[in-house]
Design a protein. Structure first.
Length: 103
């Protein structure tokens, strides 16, 4: 299982997640048409996302269709929320200090 943070570190993979978030599912060729790389390159990015559990696929005839599994993003959301609280407290303290200086 690949780390979610390393999987989303690449901008192309974040764009792929965005595409999948906007639709129920997409075929590889539909996604590849939106990137300046071939199907093989997009497939490699999708494989990394799948290893992290962010993307699931299913075969429909001869094509593979992909859809988003956002559940692993909970880890990222929790990490960001921690730092949001951290910076909010810092800014609040700074605001209080500035108010004391004014008063």
């Amino acid at each position: 299982m690949r780390d979610v943070f390393s999987a989303i570190a690449d901008p192309t993979r974040r764009q792929l997640l965005g595409l999948l978030a906007e639709t129920d599912e997409l075929a590889l060729h539909e996604m590849a048409a939106r990137f300046p790389m071939g199907r093989t390159g997009v497939a490699k990015h999708l494989a990394i996302l799948a290893e992290a559990g962010l993307v699931e696929d299913r075969r429909v005839g001869r094509e593979t269709r992909y859809h988003l599994n956002a559940a692993p993003m909970r880890e990222v959301q929790e990490w960001v929320a921690f730092y949001e609280r951290f910076w909010t407290r810092r800014i609040d303290r700074l605001r209080d200090l500035l108010e004391e200086e004014k008063g």
